[in-house]
Design a protein around this ligand. Structure first.
Ligand SMILES: Cc1cc2nc3c(=O)[nH]c(=O)nc-3n(C[C@H](O)[C@H](O)[C@H](O)COP(=O)(O)OP(=O)(O)OC[C@H]3O[C@@H](n4cnc5c(N)ncnc54)[C@H](O)[C@@H]3O)c2cc1C
Length: 387
């Protein structure tokens, strides 16, 4: 049996960031990840990208990983243009809000790569990868995690960072509330004929939400959240026809588009937990909440959890243990507002723009135009979104 204080299950962006944030806390940390390490990122652009908020860029920089990213692969978003389904429009500008950028686009595989690299340089963090979890027992203040190869890891706290279908959450019986949006998020990258000038675009359309995020050079990354049937029909189109459909859906804003990546679809759902902690257990990232990608905030929310849980654990006053419920509740309370805010905002917007009722349609478009004319509201919205 190997002894640790904190056992993290899940080495995605959130779990890895959390592990690194624990450095210097004095905790003996173990990381368990099911998938083997990913090969070095390819030259081609990853079709999974994230818009990381300025506060999380600062967090990742503080962990010593952000500056390890290849700067030529990062794209700051300087402005964002959002369109309703009735010619209404709202624009957000970093300059107007007194910011250098609204967010920075980073490829998922590259961010995961630098996080793993940093973790592997940490001798004090025990890494079990690839490793399958087999059983979990929590008794008398002790967590015992048994792996499929028979190894047993003991600790005071197990942290589920194992994504929306969290095994840790399931084992601990933490209840979830879920809603299937019956949509897929279709993702793909395109070369564009016109320069995007580091602007992001979003269209709330009758058939879903289309987002274009700027990539380096004349390229964009797309997420089209749309009904499952429509998504499948889009994905079955050939490259040129698919690019044509995306180009038209975005009103030819960047001229001709050419597909430059594989096309993938992710099922979308809303999920939140009744509680993100139990004695000896804490959930972070998508294990604790899954939201609609229309605000591009899933990873940002999870990174906020990672930072807060690491801070809360570091502020522990012995003899308080890492798994004490009173300590873990402090983490839960600190994250409650941000999580609920994001859950309701994304779900509210998804439902508002999914409605075909004419009065709802008129109101939402009026709302966008009205907000667009109120600079102070826009500044508040930006401040709120960047965290
Ligand atoms: C189409 C789409 C677009 C999105 N766009 C954005 C965006 O622009 N910006 C943004 O912030 N968010 C975005 N998101 C959300 C974002 O992808 C998630 O919020 C984020 O990936 C969650 O990170 P995580 O580390 O919590 O979980 P995951 O990325 O799911 O990582 C979980 C890790 O745990 C491992 N694991 C799972 N089970 C086990 C187990 N039993 N044992 C050991 N390891 C296990 C997995 O292998 C994985 O490595 C988008 C989501 C979708 C669907």
């Amino acid at each position: 049996m190997s002894e640790h204080d904190i056992i993290i299950v899940g080495g995605g962006i959130v779990g890895l960031s959390f592990a690194l944030a624990l450095r210097g806390s004095g905790a003996r940390v173990a990381m368990v990840e099911a998938k083997p390490p990913t090969p070095a990122p390819a030259e081609a652009f990853d079709n999974r990208v994230y818009a990381v908020s300025p506060s999380n860029v600062a967090f990742l920089r503080g962990l010593g990983v952000w500056d390890g990213l290849d700067a030529t692969r990062l794209t700051p978003i300087r402005a964002m243009e959002v369109f309703g389904d009735d010619d209404s429009q709202i624009g957000f500008d970093a300059d107007q809000a007194g910011l250098a950028e609204l967010a920075v686009i980073v490829e998922s595989s590259r961010l995961t790569g630098v996080l793993w690299q940093a973790l592997r340089n940490e001798r004090e963090i025990a890494v079990y990868c690839p490793a399958q979890c087999a059983a979990l027992a929590i008794e008398n203040g002790q967590v015992r995690l048994t792996l499929a190869d028979g190894a047993v890891l003991a600790g005071q706290l197990i942290v589920g960072a194992d994504g929306a279908d969290s095994w840790v959450r399931e084992q601990t019986g933490i209840a979830v509330r879920e809603k299937d949006y019956r949509q897929l998020g279709v993702v793909a990258n395109f070369a564009c004929a016109l320069p995007h000038r580091q602007r992001a675009f979003q269209w709330f359309r009758a058939d879903g939400v289309l987002a274009w995020l700027p990539l380096p050079g004349e390229r964009i990354s797309m997420v089209w959240s749309t009904d499952a049937d429509h998504a499948r029909a889009l994905m079955e189109l050939g490259g040129a026809q698919f690019a044509q459909a995306v180009q038209e859906a975005g009103n030819e804003t960047l001229g001709e588009l050419r597909l430059i990546s594989p096309v993938a679809g992710f099922p979308l759902r809303l999920m939140r937990v009744a509680s993100s902690v139990q004695y000896g257990v804490a959930l972070i990232g998508d294990a604790a909440h899954a939201i609609h990608p229309l605000a591009g905030q899933g990873v940002n929310l999870g990174l906020g959890d990672a930072l807060q849980l690491a801070r809360t654990l570091a502020a522990r006053k012995p003899p308080e243990g890492f798994g004490d419920l009173a300590l873990l509740r402090r983490y839960e309370r600190a994250r409650k507002e941000a999580t609920l805010d994001m859950v309701w905002t994304t779900d509210g917007l998804a439902r508002l723009f999914a409605s075909q009722a004419s009065v709802v349609r008129a109101l939402r478009n009026f709302g966008l135009d009205l907000t667009n004319r109120q600079n102070w509201i826009k500044k508040r919205l930006i401040r709120h979104a960047i965290g």
